[in-house]
Write a protein that binds this ligand. Structure first.
Ligand code: 4AD
Ligand code: MG
Length: 477
């Protein structure tokens, strides 16, 4: 007999005799009422046990966390709170759970505690909801680009280049760490290493994606990226997923249009498909906010925030305008920022980004035309010779969610930049070839997938929106 998902039982339009349902016991009350969950939906189905005709020995094994198979009839519920329930005719314990030792007790646990039990936290309502939303969001991303005729490219995980030039890479080698062969100069001889050169885990698929855009027109990557930056913040992971579209013949304006349309599409898609989970997460956030002092509370509920992003254009502001706003802002004048903005050229910290989004514009913001020297080598130089066609999208509560640019398509300008930065041209010969053979204006961006999931779920720590977070000093599971 095939078993039916809890979701289908709860959405049934009529009573059904003889159903089979399988799942995990969340609670068991009064030796009679099982709240059963199978992950198909946030809600549990109530299963009513005929305790007088059930062996005491079986009743004892119906404990929180146990896996069970239940045969019975789906009937209209007499109790409040649910339309249907299952009248149990037969109950089989599939897997016992030692209720006293089971870490996921039927009570509120702290998110910190749940992080230490990441292998079990997905059995809670919060993490079930977050992980279902994450799954739908990633499908929405593919759907958006596929509908628009983009080609999905799997760029390599192991690379020889540092796309962002930030030097925050995890090295890949098959050398024994304590006995790597040396060359005549006494340095590690990578010629003898597995790939015959120094390699690392990729920080971005962009450079390879660009070569594909120059043939297939519109492409996107969606894969894991790795950064060994030692920033222990609620927005950084050492292993995170990035979506990187790259489009031939798009200038920066078209790039911004694409990013905005894309983000609005995937949020709308998820609002439509994840109503129950988002309602639950909305309530969770509201409860959470009530714990905070009035002044720190968010003015909007989660669902209102998502709706706001759909209904309002992102504000497009140049870096130069943003610096003026920040210089004249109250927290800058009162020295409330940790980093005081003194002059044009300063790199923006997340406190500045969040001020612009949350206090000044009260809307998502796209900042563009940044100073060349605080951005990566591949961005197109403006005619002023000091800014580049970069854009960052800033979101409330998150800060930077997207980083992108129009790419430098002029070979000579790109070569000069590479030389200035001391990058070895030989390492990027294949990248420069795109500028040698049929170069063209093109643009792209990278969206940090977990930062998007943070925004959509209303969670506040990035460790809580990826199944098994990798952060400094933490690679458990
Ligand atoms: O701004 P970034 O570094 O841009 C790039 O890597 C470009 N190559 C993208 C492109 O143009 N194709 O990273 C892009 C986004 C950031 O805006 C942020 O959302 C996310 O990736 N991100 C991180 N997310 C989680 N943890 C980290 N350590 C992150 N670093 C960047
Ligand atoms: Mg960036």
């Amino acid at each position: 007999m095939k078993h039916t998902k809890v979701k289908d039982l709860l959405n049934s339009t009529k009573p059904v005799d003889d159903v089979l349902v399988k799942g995990w016991v969340r609670t068991f009350r009064n030796n009679q009422f099982i709240a059963l969950n199978d992950g198909s939906i946030i809600h549990n189905i109530q299963c009513v046990v005929d305790f007088e005709n059930t062996p005491a020995d079986t009743l004892k094994r119906i404990t929180t966390g146990a896996a069970v198979a239940i045969k019975g009839d789906l009937v209209e519920s007499k109790g409040a709170g649910q339309k249907y329930e299952v009248q149990v005719k037969n109950l089989e314990i599939l897997g016992d759970s030692d209720a006293e030792k089971f870490p996921m007790q039927p009570k509120k646990h702290s998110l910190e505690f749940l992080r230490e039990n990441a292998h079990l936290r997905v059995r809670t309502n919060v993490f079930g909801a977050v992980m279902r939303v994450r799954s739908v969001l990633s499908f929405a991303i593919h759907q958006y680009f596929q509908e628009k005729g983009f080609v999905y490219v799997n760029t390599p995980i192991i690379t020889g280049s540092d796309a962002e030039g930030a030097g925050e890479m995890f090295q890949v080698t098959s050398f024994p760490l304590n006995n790597a062969p040396l060359n005549e100069e006494g340095n590690i001889d990578y010629k003898q290493d597995f790939f015959g050169k120094e390699t690392n885990l990729t920080v971005s698929g962009q450079l390879e994606a660009e070569t594909f855009a120059m043939a297939l027109g519109q492409v996107y990557t969606f894969g894991p990226t790795f950064r060994a930056e030692n920033s222990n913040t609620s927005r950084h992971l050492a292993e995170f997923w990035m979506v990187e579209p790259e489009v031939a013949f798009n200038d920066l304006d078209a790039n911004m249009d694409l990013a905005e349309d894309f983000i609005q599409y995937v949020i709308k898609y998820t609002l439509d498909k994840c109503e129950d989970d988002l309602k639950f997460l909305d309530q969770r956030l509201t409860d959470e906010e009530k714990q905070k002092p009035q002044a720190e509370r968010s003015e909007m509920s989660l669902l209102n925030k998502l709706q706001f992003v759909l209904e309002n254009n992102f504000k497009r502001v140049s870096y130069t305008e943003a610096i003026d706003i920040l210089k004249n802002s109250k927290p800058n004048k009162n020295k409330k920022f940790n980093y005081i903005i003194e002059e044009w050229g300063a790199d923006l910290q997340s406190e500045h980004e969040r001020y612009l989004v949350e206090k000044h514009f009260k809307s998502p913001v796209i900042l563009f035309d940044y100073p060349a020297n605080i951005k990566a080598f591949y961005m197109r130089l403006n005619d002023d010779n000091k800014t580049v066609r970069a854009m960052d999208i800033l979101f409330p509560g998150i800060g930077e969610i997207v980083g992108g640019s129009q790419r430098e398509e002029r070979l000579d300008v790109l070569q000069q930049k590479i030389t200035e930065l001391g990058i070895d041209e030989k390492e990027l010969w294949w990248y420069l070839d795109t500028r040698r053979f049929g170069t063209a204006v093109h643009s792209g961006f990278g969206l940090g997938f977990e930062r998007l999931v943070l925004f959509v779920t209303g969670m506040t720590n990035i460790r809580d929106v990826i199944p098994f977070p990798r952060t400094p000093q933490n690679a458990e599971f």
